[in-house]
Design a protein around this ligand. Sequence first.
Ligand code: NAP
Length: 305
Amino acid sequence: MHDIIIVGSGPAGWTAAIYAARADRKPLVFEGIETGGQLMTTTEVENYPGFPKGILGPELMPLFREQAKRFGAEIRSELVERIHPTEDGFEVTAKGEIYKAKTVILAMGATARRLGLPAEKALYGHGVSACATCDGFFFKGKNVVVVGGGDSAMEEAQFLTRFASQVTIVHRRNEFRASKIMQERALANPKIRVIWDSEVADILGVEVGHVTGVRLRNVKTGETSEISMDGVFAAIGHEPNSLLVADLVDLDEKKYVKTIPGTTKTKVPGLFACGDLQDPWYRQAVTAAGTGCMAAIDADHYLAE
Ligand code: NAP
């Protein structure tokens, strides 16, 4: 019987693990198959305090992990399949094996949203991507589209200009949602142009097996047009990874896990949620880490009581 099982390995999960381990609760962390969460697919993180020169996401996350390990967190690189409440706590199933714990901290984060076009699926990895950091390199001297108007779209577009000869941001409205500084940087970049009030109605090239262009639809006039493109990057937000606990806890209308305000407590005693899984608003690495800390403290208090 473990005191605390933590599910997830982004900033929230690792921070919970660091705090739980330092409270001598010997947490067991299920880090999943791809450790590190969303920061593993970002580039420069400039707003995580303590790194005045910035740090790459894929460099930052192993540091979190190492710190949790240093204080004795046990780590399993497995996906949790089921969480089941019992009389004295929870049964957590991973790879068919059952682990018991008095408390569970949920930190499964969120996943990038897809456009939902059949061609997107067919051409995924053949010009369609949701991760500029991972795939930007393949677009040297090419033309790419970035869909979206938030910080992610600005960041991906900026990053892609390192490789692509032109980056076209396609946004469904006539103003960006992104922070001012990110917008300004993107708009000042001569390799970036913007097509406003438009959505990607289709991705072309399925018959030849790679992206050859996109069909755009102006949402105001309904007019469609086709432009030649080599790549399509969707940067249109995220969905919380709450399916695992959908029957267990309350979810809001966007499927984020509901917690009691000011705490990480879910409606189930002993079950806590932190990070992007329960945060539709801030969704920052530092706020995820903050709520991860809260979850470990909440779980520690619960165990003490
Ligand atoms: P977001 O802020 O939710 O923005 C998503 C964008 O995609 C919006 O512009 C939205 O359009 C558009 N969109 C959504 N669904 C769409 C669809 N089906 N088709 C076309 N467009 C669609 O998501 P995000 O940019 O991933 O950012 C998430 C959070 O992370 C934010 O809080 C952001 O500040 C933060 N973030 C920060 C940094 C940084 O500071 N370095 C970097 C990345 C992300 P509408 O505007 O019309 O809704």
